[in-house]
Design a binder for this molecule. Structure first.
Ligand code: SP5
Ligand code: ZN
Length: 347
């Protein structure tokens, strides 16, 4: 399998996120991607290439122009408020809720941070925009290679993407790499694309982006949002709207779920994808389902990930893998490589 690796991912290095009233060190660290790269190299799992270059207009296939413009300038605006901000991450502190206006773009920077975000756990740093946009290039490059006939490609980058919506960041995500890949597959000729999200957390951003569309199926297995982040989306009764009715499948599972139950749910999602007659697959590949993950609650073991990859290959579709979560740094490389090796074995 070919991997597109974004060596500029490390330009994004959050210092702190808000947790229970305190600023705690970020879980989403640069070492995560490097451990995956190390493990792919060690196993010689395929060619590792840099992404192609795309202009920012490519991002507006998914993201709102005013949101892209905000991300592009956000760090400079933040530092302009106070030169001392150069040593601090920017975090939002105020948000519009039900009944408030989101159509009027505030002049105030903090107000725009809040308008374009949904949590205080996603620091925006000096290199966030550069890392995120070059990361998106990985996803677009992987989709391009699969359109050119490759069975599968892996976009290895961070920050992750599946919590980012058309015009919001959160959950450590800024640009929705999986959605960009799915759209690129559609634009390149795939009639119907399925996005299968196996990260521990529901991909609220991806769901929102495709919710009313029939040409992209979103299917996700995740911690039940009644107790698990991102809380406000990911319930089983969210099945799509308008033309997209029936094209959204959420399989929430309780905290503590082990591999057997999780794998049965994966089978259910794959049957839905087969029934949809998808022509290409995008996998939001988070391995925060691992038993040792510090912020998540499922119980998968490292060896289980081989079977995950085999099951994904058995779907028989041209596939783009996009790296998402997985915060047990010592295991993230092994777990991710196990999925890809399992896929390769069966593909
Ligand atoms: C891409 C992805 O996996 N994003 C996940 C974002 C989760 N953000 C909320 C994290 C809450 C941290 N809880 C800390 C528990 C420490 N024991
Ligand atoms: Zn996650």
């Amino acid at each position: 399998m070919i991997t597109f690796y974004n060596d500029r991912h490390s330009l994004h290095q959050g210092r702190v996120e808000m947790f229970r009233g305190a600023l705690v060190p970020c879980f989403e660290v640069a070492a995560r991607a490097d451990r995956v790269l190390d493990e792919l190299r060690r196993r010689r799992l395929g060619a590792i290439e840099p992404a192609q270059v795309f202009d920012d207009v490519a991002l507006t296939r998914i993201h709102a122009p005013r949101y892209v413009e905000f991300l592009r300038g956000a760090w400079d605006e933040w530092v302009a408020l106070d030169p001392a901000n150069g040593q601090r991450d920017a975090l939002p502190s105020v948000w519009p809720v039900r009944g408030h206006r989101s159509d009027v773009l505030p002049e105030n920077f903090a107000a725009r941070m809040g308008l374009f975000s949904f949590d205080a756990g996603t620091p925006l740093t000096a290199g966030t925009w550069h890392a995120a946009r070059t990361g998106a290039w990985c996803a677009l490059s992987a989709a391009g290679r699969v359109l050119a006939g490759e069975r599968a490609a892996f976009a290895l980058t961070r920050p992750p993407g599946h919590h980012a919506g058309q015009d919001f960041f959160g959950g450590y995500c800024f640009l929705n790499n999986a959605a960009l890949a799915a759209q690129a597959l559609r634009d390149g000729g795939a009639g119907r694309v399925a996005v299968l999200d196996i990260d521990y957390h529901h991909g609220n951003g991806t769901q929102c982006i495709f919710y009313d569309r029939a040409d992209v199926l979103y299917a996700s297995l995740h911690g039940d949002p009644r107790s698990e982040y991102p809380f406000y989306l990911g319930h089983a009764d969210e099945t799509g709207a308008g033309a997209g009715r029936g094209c959204n499948l959420n399989l929430p599972l309780p905290r503590g779920t082990g591999f057997e139950t999780w794998f049965a749910a994966l089978g259910q999602a794959l049957r839905a994808i087969a029934g949809y007659r998808a022509e290409a697959l995008v996998v939001s590949l988070g391995v925060d389902t691992f038993a040792g993950d510090p912020i998540s609650g499922f119980r998968l073991q490292s060896d289980d990930y081989f079977q995950v990859g085999e099951a994904l290959a058995a779907a028989g579709l041209p596939s783009v893998f996009v790296f998402e979560g997985g915060y047990a740094v010592d295991a993230v490389g092994i777990n991710t490589a196990n999925v890809l090796e399992g896929f390769q074995r069966r593909a």
